[in-house]
Design a protein around this ligand. Structure first.
Ligand code: NAP
Length: 281
Protein backbone atom coordinates (compact mmCIF):
# COMPACT_ATOMS: atom_id res chain seq x y z
CA UNK A 1 0.00 0.00 0.00
CA UNK A 2 1.23 3.46 -0.95
CA UNK A 3 -0.07 6.33 1.23
CA UNK A 4 -0.17 9.61 -0.69
CA UNK A 5 -0.53 13.05 0.90
CA UNK A 6 -1.34 16.13 -1.19
CA UNK A 7 -3.29 13.81 -3.50
CA UNK A 8 -5.86 16.50 -4.32
CA UNK A 9 -3.05 18.78 -5.54
CA UNK A 10 -1.04 18.86 -8.74
CA UNK A 11 1.96 16.68 -7.81
CA UNK A 12 0.19 14.25 -5.46
CA UNK A 13 -2.54 13.63 -8.03
CA UNK A 14 0.03 12.55 -10.63
CA UNK A 15 1.86 10.39 -8.08
CA UNK A 16 -1.36 8.52 -7.27
CA UNK A 17 -2.45 8.23 -10.89
CA UNK A 18 0.95 6.82 -11.90
CA UNK A 19 0.87 4.26 -9.10
CA UNK A 20 -2.67 3.18 -10.02
CA UNK A 21 -1.58 2.80 -13.65
CA UNK A 22 1.25 0.57 -12.44
CA UNK A 23 -1.30 -1.60 -10.63
CA UNK A 24 -0.22 -0.50 -7.14
CA UNK A 25 -2.64 -0.12 -4.22
CA UNK A 26 -3.06 3.52 -3.15
CA UNK A 27 -4.34 5.08 0.06
CA UNK A 28 -5.50 8.64 -0.54
CA UNK A 29 -4.73 10.83 2.48
CA UNK A 30 -7.18 13.75 2.37
CA UNK A 31 -8.42 16.30 4.88
CA UNK A 32 -11.81 16.76 3.22
CA UNK A 33 -13.93 13.60 2.90
CA UNK A 34 -15.74 15.03 -0.13
CA UNK A 35 -12.42 15.24 -1.99
CA UNK A 36 -11.68 11.60 -1.12
CA UNK A 37 -14.67 10.33 -3.09
CA UNK A 38 -13.06 10.81 -6.49
CA UNK A 39 -10.13 8.65 -5.36
CA UNK A 40 -12.37 6.03 -3.73
CA UNK A 41 -14.17 5.65 -7.06
CA UNK A 42 -10.80 4.90 -8.68
CA UNK A 43 -10.28 2.06 -6.22
CA UNK A 44 -8.18 3.83 -3.56
CA UNK A 45 -8.51 3.43 0.16
CA UNK A 46 -9.23 6.82 1.74
CA UNK A 47 -7.78 8.05 5.04
CA UNK A 48 -8.80 11.36 6.63
CA UNK A 49 -5.96 13.41 8.09
CA UNK A 50 -4.79 16.98 8.25
CA UNK A 51 -0.98 17.19 8.05
CA UNK A 52 -0.97 18.77 11.53
CA UNK A 53 -3.04 16.00 13.12
CA UNK A 54 -0.48 13.52 14.48
CA UNK A 55 -2.84 10.70 15.54
CA UNK A 56 -4.88 10.84 12.30
CA UNK A 57 -1.78 11.03 10.08
CA UNK A 58 -0.12 8.17 11.96
CA UNK A 59 -3.23 6.10 11.36
CA UNK A 60 -3.20 7.11 7.68
CA UNK A 61 0.43 5.99 7.28
CA UNK A 62 0.13 2.83 9.39
CA UNK A 63 0.74 -0.37 7.43
CA UNK A 64 1.85 1.52 4.30
CA UNK A 65 4.85 0.07 2.49
CA UNK A 66 5.82 3.53 1.23
CA UNK A 67 4.55 7.06 1.79
CA UNK A 68 4.64 10.23 -0.26
CA UNK A 69 5.01 13.37 1.85
CA UNK A 70 4.14 16.84 0.57
CA UNK A 71 4.54 19.82 2.87
CA UNK A 72 1.49 22.03 2.18
CA UNK A 73 2.65 25.14 0.33
CA UNK A 74 2.81 28.22 2.58
CA UNK A 75 3.61 31.47 0.75
CA UNK A 76 3.27 33.81 3.75
CA UNK A 77 4.93 32.02 6.68
CA UNK A 78 5.34 33.56 10.14
CA UNK A 79 8.75 35.03 10.91
CA UNK A 80 11.01 32.14 12.01
CA UNK A 81 8.83 29.62 10.11
CA UNK A 82 6.95 28.62 13.28
CA UNK A 83 4.33 26.58 11.36
CA UNK A 84 6.99 24.64 9.47
CA UNK A 85 8.93 23.78 12.63
CA UNK A 86 5.72 22.47 14.15
CA UNK A 87 4.71 20.51 11.04
CA UNK A 88 8.13 18.93 10.61
CA UNK A 89 8.22 17.85 14.28
CA UNK A 90 4.76 16.30 13.82
CA UNK A 91 5.80 14.51 10.63
CA UNK A 92 8.86 13.16 12.35
CA UNK A 93 6.86 11.60 15.14
CA UNK A 94 4.29 10.24 12.68
CA UNK A 95 6.97 8.56 10.53
CA UNK A 96 8.72 7.15 13.58
CA UNK A 97 5.45 5.65 14.78
CA UNK A 98 4.22 4.34 11.41
CA UNK A 99 7.68 3.18 10.16
CA UNK A 100 6.99 2.79 6.44
CA UNK A 101 9.75 1.03 4.50
CA UNK A 102 10.24 3.99 2.16
CA UNK A 103 9.45 7.71 2.23
CA UNK A 104 9.60 10.15 -0.69
CA UNK A 105 9.32 13.83 0.31
CA UNK A 106 8.87 16.73 -2.07
CA UNK A 107 11.60 19.23 -1.35
CA UNK A 108 12.88 21.90 -3.74
CA UNK A 109 15.76 23.14 -5.82
CA UNK A 110 17.88 25.21 -3.44
CA UNK A 111 16.79 23.43 -0.25
CA UNK A 112 20.47 23.43 0.75
CA UNK A 113 20.83 27.25 0.56
CA UNK A 114 22.15 28.92 3.70
CA UNK A 115 20.38 32.24 3.07
CA UNK A 116 16.94 32.33 4.61
CA UNK A 117 14.10 32.52 2.07
CA UNK A 118 10.69 30.98 1.37
CA UNK A 119 12.30 27.68 0.35
CA UNK A 120 13.97 27.40 3.76
CA UNK A 121 10.73 25.65 4.74
CA UNK A 122 11.82 22.68 2.62
CA UNK A 123 15.35 22.95 3.98
CA UNK A 124 13.83 22.59 7.47
CA UNK A 125 11.91 19.54 6.24
CA UNK A 126 15.13 17.93 4.97
CA UNK A 127 16.95 18.72 8.21
CA UNK A 128 14.05 17.57 10.40
CA UNK A 129 13.63 14.22 8.65
CA UNK A 130 17.26 13.84 7.62
CA UNK A 131 18.28 11.54 10.47
CA UNK A 132 15.25 9.26 10.60
CA UNK A 133 16.18 5.58 10.68
CA UNK A 134 14.16 5.01 7.49
CA UNK A 135 14.83 5.02 3.75
CA UNK A 136 14.04 8.63 2.79
CA UNK A 137 14.37 10.32 -0.61
CA UNK A 138 14.14 14.09 -0.88
CA UNK A 139 12.98 14.91 -4.39
CA UNK A 140 14.07 18.46 -5.22
CA UNK A 141 12.18 19.76 -8.24
CA UNK A 142 12.95 22.97 -10.09
CA UNK A 143 10.56 25.96 -10.30
CA UNK A 144 7.18 24.55 -11.38
CA UNK A 145 6.17 25.49 -14.95
CA UNK A 146 2.62 25.69 -13.57
CA UNK A 147 3.64 28.88 -11.72
CA UNK A 148 3.04 30.49 -15.12
CA UNK A 149 -0.71 30.07 -14.44
CA UNK A 150 -0.48 33.65 -13.08
CA UNK A 151 0.71 34.86 -16.48
CA UNK A 152 -2.12 33.58 -18.65
CA UNK A 153 -4.76 36.23 -17.76
CA UNK A 154 -2.39 39.25 -18.06
CA UNK A 155 -1.04 37.87 -21.34
CA UNK A 156 -4.57 37.60 -22.71
CA UNK A 157 -5.81 40.89 -21.32
CA UNK A 158 -2.86 43.24 -21.81
CA UNK A 159 -0.14 41.36 -23.70
CA UNK A 160 2.27 42.07 -20.80
CA UNK A 161 3.31 39.57 -18.13
CA UNK A 162 4.85 41.11 -15.02
CA UNK A 163 7.97 39.19 -13.99
CA UNK A 164 9.74 38.90 -10.65
CA UNK A 165 12.29 36.61 -12.30
CA UNK A 166 14.97 38.88 -13.73
CA UNK A 167 16.81 39.61 -15.96
CA UNK A 168 14.13 38.68 -18.43
CA UNK A 169 16.44 36.72 -20.71
CA UNK A 170 17.96 34.59 -17.96
CA UNK A 171 16.83 30.96 -18.19
CA UNK A 172 16.37 28.99 -14.97
CA UNK A 173 15.54 25.32 -14.37
CA UNK A 174 11.79 24.66 -14.55
CA UNK A 175 9.81 21.43 -14.47
CA UNK A 176 6.24 20.31 -15.10
CA UNK A 177 4.35 18.89 -12.12
CA UNK A 178 3.54 15.88 -14.33
CA UNK A 179 7.27 15.08 -14.46
CA UNK A 180 7.58 15.62 -10.70
CA UNK A 181 4.65 13.32 -9.90
CA UNK A 182 5.80 10.58 -12.29
CA UNK A 183 9.33 10.71 -10.90
CA UNK A 184 8.06 10.52 -7.31
CA UNK A 185 5.92 7.49 -8.20
CA UNK A 186 8.93 5.81 -9.83
CA UNK A 187 11.10 6.51 -6.77
CA UNK A 188 8.44 5.17 -4.40
CA UNK A 189 8.54 1.85 -6.26
CA UNK A 190 12.31 1.38 -6.10
CA UNK A 191 14.29 0.24 -3.08
CA UNK A 192 17.18 2.07 -1.50
CA UNK A 193 18.69 2.42 1.93
CA UNK A 194 19.39 5.51 4.00
CA UNK A 195 18.85 9.04 2.77
CA UNK A 196 19.32 10.46 -0.69
CA UNK A 197 18.56 13.57 -2.70
CA UNK A 198 17.22 13.44 -6.27
CA UNK A 199 17.10 16.72 -8.19
CA UNK A 200 14.81 17.21 -11.18
CA UNK A 201 14.35 19.75 -13.95
CA UNK A 202 12.56 19.83 -17.29
CA UNK A 203 14.08 19.01 -20.70
CA UNK A 204 15.40 22.57 -21.04
CA UNK A 205 15.63 25.82 -19.08
CA UNK A 206 13.34 28.77 -19.70
CA UNK A 207 13.45 32.53 -19.13
CA UNK A 208 10.54 34.96 -18.60
CA UNK A 209 11.04 35.99 -22.24
CA UNK A 210 10.64 32.33 -23.28
CA UNK A 211 7.36 32.13 -21.32
CA UNK A 212 6.12 35.32 -23.02
CA UNK A 213 7.11 34.02 -26.47
CA UNK A 214 5.39 30.71 -25.84
CA UNK A 215 2.19 32.43 -24.64
CA UNK A 216 2.33 34.69 -27.70
CA UNK A 217 2.46 31.62 -29.97
CA UNK A 218 -0.41 29.91 -28.20
CA UNK A 219 -2.60 33.02 -27.96
CA UNK A 220 -1.61 34.21 -31.44
CA UNK A 221 -1.05 37.72 -30.14
CA UNK A 222 1.85 39.89 -28.97
CA UNK A 223 3.05 39.10 -25.42
CA UNK A 224 6.10 40.49 -23.66
CA UNK A 225 7.54 40.09 -20.18
CA UNK A 226 8.15 43.20 -18.07
CA UNK A 227 10.37 43.22 -14.99
CA UNK A 228 8.68 44.36 -11.77
CA UNK A 229 11.22 46.73 -10.15
CA UNK A 230 12.77 45.19 -7.00
CA UNK A 231 12.04 48.30 -4.92
CA UNK A 232 8.28 47.87 -5.50
CA UNK A 233 8.04 44.20 -4.44
CA UNK A 234 7.40 44.79 -0.75
CA UNK A 235 4.48 47.15 -1.40
CA UNK A 236 3.17 44.89 -4.14
CA UNK A 237 3.13 41.75 -1.95
CA UNK A 238 1.74 43.66 1.05
CA UNK A 239 -1.07 44.96 -1.16
CA UNK A 240 -1.84 41.31 -2.02
CA UNK A 241 -2.40 40.75 1.72
CA UNK A 242 0.93 39.17 2.64
CA UNK A 243 2.00 39.82 6.24
CA UNK A 244 5.60 38.72 5.89
CA UNK A 245 6.78 39.21 2.27
CA UNK A 246 10.50 39.05 3.07
CA UNK A 247 10.95 35.25 2.61
CA UNK A 248 9.21 35.38 -0.77
CA UNK A 249 11.32 38.34 -1.89
CA UNK A 250 14.50 36.57 -0.79
CA UNK A 251 13.44 33.47 -2.72
CA UNK A 252 13.08 35.55 -5.87
CA UNK A 253 16.46 37.16 -5.14
CA UNK A 254 17.88 33.66 -4.80
CA UNK A 255 16.75 32.64 -8.28
CA UNK A 256 17.77 35.98 -9.79
CA UNK A 257 21.19 36.02 -8.12
CA UNK A 258 21.79 32.33 -8.77
CA UNK A 259 22.19 31.08 -5.19
CA UNK A 260 19.00 29.03 -5.41
CA UNK A 261 20.34 26.29 -7.63
CA UNK A 262 20.86 22.55 -7.83
CA UNK A 263 23.51 20.98 -5.65
CA UNK A 264 24.21 18.03 -7.98
CA UNK A 265 23.38 17.12 -11.57
CA UNK A 266 19.61 17.10 -11.92
CA UNK A 267 17.63 14.40 -13.68
CA UNK A 268 15.63 15.61 -16.67
CA UNK A 269 11.91 15.25 -17.24
CA UNK A 270 10.30 15.24 -20.66
CA UNK A 271 7.42 17.73 -20.53
CA UNK A 272 8.04 20.98 -22.40
CA UNK A 273 6.80 24.41 -21.28
CA UNK A 274 4.48 24.71 -24.27
CA UNK A 275 2.49 21.61 -23.22
CA UNK A 276 2.06 23.00 -19.70
CA UNK A 277 1.01 26.46 -20.90
CA UNK A 278 -1.44 24.86 -23.31
CA UNK A 279 -3.04 22.91 -20.46
CA UNK A 280 -3.18 26.06 -18.27
CA UNK A 281 -5.13 27.84 -21.00
N1 NAP B 1 5.66 25.91 -6.96
C1 NAP B 1 6.93 25.59 -7.17
O1 NAP B 1 7.61 26.15 -8.05
C2 NAP B 1 7.58 24.51 -6.34
C3 NAP B 1 8.89 24.11 -6.63
C4 NAP B 1 9.50 23.12 -5.86
C5 NAP B 1 8.79 22.54 -4.82
N2 NAP B 1 7.51 22.95 -4.54
C6 NAP B 1 6.79 22.28 -3.44
O2 NAP B 1 5.76 21.48 -4.01
C7 NAP B 1 4.68 21.42 -3.09
C8 NAP B 1 3.39 21.90 -3.76
O3 NAP B 1 2.93 20.89 -4.63
P1 NAP B 1 1.61 21.09 -5.50
O4 NAP B 1 1.83 22.22 -6.46
O5 NAP B 1 1.20 19.78 -6.01
O6 NAP B 1 0.57 21.62 -4.39
P2 NAP B 1 -0.94 22.04 -4.60
O7 NAP B 1 -1.45 21.68 -5.96
O8 NAP B 1 -1.07 23.45 -4.12
O9 NAP B 1 -1.68 21.08 -3.55
C9 NAP B 1 -1.48 21.20 -2.18
C10 NAP B 1 -1.97 19.92 -1.53
O10 NAP B 1 -1.71 20.02 -0.12
C11 NAP B 1 -2.92 19.70 0.57
N3 NAP B 1 -2.94 20.39 1.85
C12 NAP B 1 -2.84 21.72 2.07
N4 NAP B 1 -2.88 21.97 3.39
C13 NAP B 1 -3.04 20.78 4.01
C14 NAP B 1 -3.13 20.37 5.35
N5 NAP B 1 -3.09 21.26 6.36
N6 NAP B 1 -3.28 19.05 5.62
C15 NAP B 1 -3.32 18.14 4.60
N7 NAP B 1 -3.20 18.46 3.31
C16 NAP B 1 -3.07 19.76 3.01
C17 NAP B 1 -4.03 20.17 -0.36
O11 NAP B 1 -5.22 19.54 0.03
P3 NAP B 1 -6.66 20.28 -0.11
O12 NAP B 1 -7.18 19.90 -1.45
O13 NAP B 1 -7.45 19.71 1.02
O14 NAP B 1 -6.43 21.76 0.01
C18 NAP B 1 -3.46 19.68 -1.70
O15 NAP B 1 -3.69 18.32 -1.86
C19 NAP B 1 5.04 22.30 -1.90
O16 NAP B 1 5.61 21.52 -0.87
C20 NAP B 1 6.05 23.24 -2.51
O17 NAP B 1 6.91 23.80 -1.55
C21 NAP B 1 6.89 23.90 -5.28
Amino acid sequence: MYAITGITGKVGGVVAQSLLQAGQPVRAVVRDPAKGQAWASRGCEVALADMNDVPALTQAFMGAEAVFVLLPPHFDPSPGFTETHHLVASLRSVLLAARPQRVVCISTVGAQAQQQNLLSQLGLLEQGLGDLPLAVTFLRPAWFMENAAWDVAPARESGVIPSFLQPLDRAIPMVATADVGRTAAELLQTSWTGHRVVELEGPQRYSPNDIAACLARLLRTGVRAEAVPRQTWQACFSAQGMKNPEPRMRMLDGFNEGWLCFEHTARKGTVELEAVLQSLM
